[in-house]
Ligand binder design. Structure first.
Ligand code: 6PG
Length: 249
């Protein structure tokens, strides 16, 4: 099939959402262990949305809990919705409830995107946090988890948003009109420096957009997920059968 991503992307189709989450958990563990072996720490940016919930539960469950070097893991997020910290739409809250409250990751190694101020300020603070953490150099995540929206967005990179034209910013604030919600997002300039980027895509409502993003012509202003092309890292798409139904594999 015509492959927009060329040979750099691996596409794995799993039978159902459970198999998808188990596969993602296996990749998470492997990347965590090899990052700690090589560099002494594992830096991961989690995604929001519903799809990764089961992955988070699996990582906190008996099969995987002891396989991740949590004491050497640093947790970040790919994006955050600017809602109160106790709102169930908050990505950090979801990850805490399903994962972080149940694993021994040191609290000072959890680096949420805080939306306590105006979104633009919050984005600046997240940038400063990354700047300090990475000692002034550009952030290089060991793993970035991402989802895919039905409109082709990923993280909080939404179709036709002017921020998509910015190739240098590390973080940005966005306002999503349909949801009347501001968000803060990592930008492609950072995501694309990651050592490994994994998309999790589940369900038939994603089938047509997944096909367009992966196999359609390049149109990243309309399909921002196409902006994700790691410079030297790996890109893996994990899709369940329903999401992959229209792919010509
Ligand atoms: C968010 C996200 C977003 C998400 C996709 C897919 O905070 O909303 O990070 O990019 O990953 O919208 O969401 P689902 O997994 O819920 O389909």
């Amino acid at each position: 099939m015509p492959d927009y991503y060329g040979t750099a992307a691996m596409i794995r189709v799993l039978s159902d959402p459970e198999a998808l989450s188990l596969k993602a958990a296996g990749i998470f563990v492997q990347q965590a262990q090899s990052s700690v072996n090589r560099r002494g720490r594992f830096c991961v940016a989690l995604s929001g949305g519903r799809t990764p919930g089961r992955l988070y539960e699996i990582l906190a469950g008996p099969l995987f809990l002891n396989k991740v070097p949590w004491e050497r893991t640093h947790i970040f997020w790919g994006d955050e919705r600017c809602v109160p910290a106790d709102d169930k739409k908050n990505n950090a809250l979801m990850a805490r409830q399903m994962l972080l409250d149940h694993v021994p990751v040191p609290p000072d190694q959890i680096h949420p995107i805080l939306c306590h101020e105006a979104p633009a300020k919050s984005a600046e603070h997240y940038r400063d946090l990354l700047y300090d953490f990475y000692g002034g150099g550009p952030p290089v995540f060991d793993l970035v988890l991402l989802g895919l929206g039905e409109n082709g967005h990923t993280a909080s990179l939404f179709p036709y948003d002017e921020i998509l034209k910015d190739q240098d910013a590390w973080t940005s604030a966005v306002y999503v009109q349909e949801q009347d919600m501001s968000r803060v997002t990592l930008m492609p300039a950072v995501i694309n420096r990651a050592r490994l980027v994994v998309f999790l895509v589940s369900g038939d409502s994603k089938a047509s957009v997944l096909k367009e993003v992966i196999a359609g012509p390049a149109d990243p202003f309309r399909l921002p997920a196409q902006l994700i092309r790691p410079e030297s890292g790996e890109l893996v798409w994990l899709a369940d059968k329903a999401a992959a139904a229209l792919l010509d594999l």
